[in-house]
Design a protein around this ligand. Structure first.
Ligand SMILES: C[S@@+](CC[C@H](N)C(=O)[O-])C[C@H]1O[C@@H](n2cnc3c(N)ncnc32)[C@H](O)[C@@H]1O
Length: 248
C-alpha cells in the first residue's frame, strides 16, 4: 500500500481488500471479541429474531451471527461501498436472511429489531455524534432489546506502565507470529501503521478515543435501562445494554 494519502479514496476503500486477512493480525483480540459478541447475544441458537449490524464492514460479525443463529434475520449497514461489495459476496449463501444497506450510521434510519450489534466501528465516529446515535438505537430496539457494542475503548486511570508494556508485548508477539506464519508481511503491517499516522498528521482522523464510562453515560441518557462492561481484553471492550422491558 502506498503510504501517501490517496485523496480520491476513503481509508476503508483503501484497506478493504486486505481487511479480512489483516484485521485479526493488527488487532490481536479481534477473533476472540467476535466469538464473545456472538455468545453474548441473548437468544438461543434456534430462536428467531431480527438484528441490525452497524458498520458491518466486510460482514465478518454478521456472517458469524447468521451461522450460529439459523433463524435470525437482519440488516447490515456500512457507508463504504468497497467494504459492502466484499460483504455481499461473503453473505451470498445467506441472501434470504440478510439485507445489505449502504448508509451512514450517524444519520440513517434504523429499522425496529430485537438486537443491534456493532464491532470495531464506534471509534471511527466523532464523540458528538454518539448521543443522537444511541437515542436512535434505543428507539429502534423493541422493549427489552439488546445492544452488543464491541470496540476499543480507553482504559481506566490505574492503567500504568506495566500494563501498557504487557499490552504492546502481546501485540508485538502476535504480529511476529503472523509474519512468521506467512499471514502478513512486515512491510504491509508497517505500511498500514504509516498510513494511519499520515491520516492523523493530515488532520483526517480516522479514530477517536471513547471511554467505556462516557459510552455508558451516553447510553443511559439515550434511554437504555441497563448497561454493563461484560468483556475486556486490554482496550477491546464489549458493552451489553438493554432497553426497558415492556412492563417496566
Ligand atoms: C474497522 S471496520 C469494522 C468492520 C466490521 N464491523 C468488523 O468487525 O470487521 C469499521 C467499519 O465502519 C464503517 N464506518 C465508519 N464510519 C461509518 C459511518 N459513519 N457509517 C457507516 N459505516 C461506517 C467503515 O466503512 C468500516 O467498514
Amino acid at each position: 500500500m502506498d503510504s501517501s494519502l490517496p485523496e480520491w479514496r476513503s481509508y476503508f476503500a483503501t484497506i478493504a481488500d486486505s481487511y479480512d486477512r489483516l484485521q485479526p493480525v493488527l488487532s490481536p483480540p479481534y477473533s476472540k471479541g467476535l466469538d464473545m459478541l456472538v455468545d453474548l447475544i441473548p437468544f438461543d441458537a434456534d430462536d428467531s429474531f431480527e438484528f441490525v449490524d452497524l458498520g458491518c464492514g466486510t460482514a465478518e460479525p454478521t456472517k458469524r451471527v447468521l451461522e450460529h443463529f439459523r433463524y435470525a434475520t437482519g440488516t447490515c449497514i456500512d457507508s463504504e461501498p468497497e467494504m459492502l461489495a466484499l460483504a455481499r459476496r461473503k453473505l451470498t449463501s445467506y441472501s434470504d436472511r440478510i439485507e445489505v444497506r449502504e448508509a451512514d450510521i450517524t444519520s440513517c434510519e434504523i429499522q425496529p429489531c430485537d438486537v443491534i450489534f456493532s464491532a470495531k466501528t464506534f471509534h471511527h465516529l466523532p464523540p458528538a455524534s454518539l448521543p443522537e446515535l444511541f437515542a436512535r438505537i434505543a428507539g429502534a430496539l423493541r422493549p427489552g432489546g439488546c445492544l452488543v457494542l464491541y470496540d476499543a475503548m480507553s482504559v481506566g486511570p490505574r492503567w500504568g506502565t506495566n500494563a501498557r508494556q504487557q499490552s504492546s508485548r502481546f501485540r508485538q508477539r502476535h504480529l511476529q507470529d503472523a509474519v512468521a506464519s506467512g499471514v502478513a508481511t512486515q512491510q504491509e503491517i508497517d505500511a498500514r501503521v504509516e498510513y494511519k499516522r499520515a491520516m492523523k498528521a493530515a488532520g483526517q482522523d480516522v479514530e477517536y478515543e471513547h471511554s467505556a464510562e462516557n459510552m455508558i453515560d451516553a447510553m443511559i441518557d439515550a434511554g437504555f435501562a441497563e448497561v454493563a462492561v461484560v468483556w475486556r481484553m486490554f482496550a477491546d471492550t464489549i458493552l451489553l445494554a438493554f432497553t426497558p422491558a415492556e412492563d417496566a
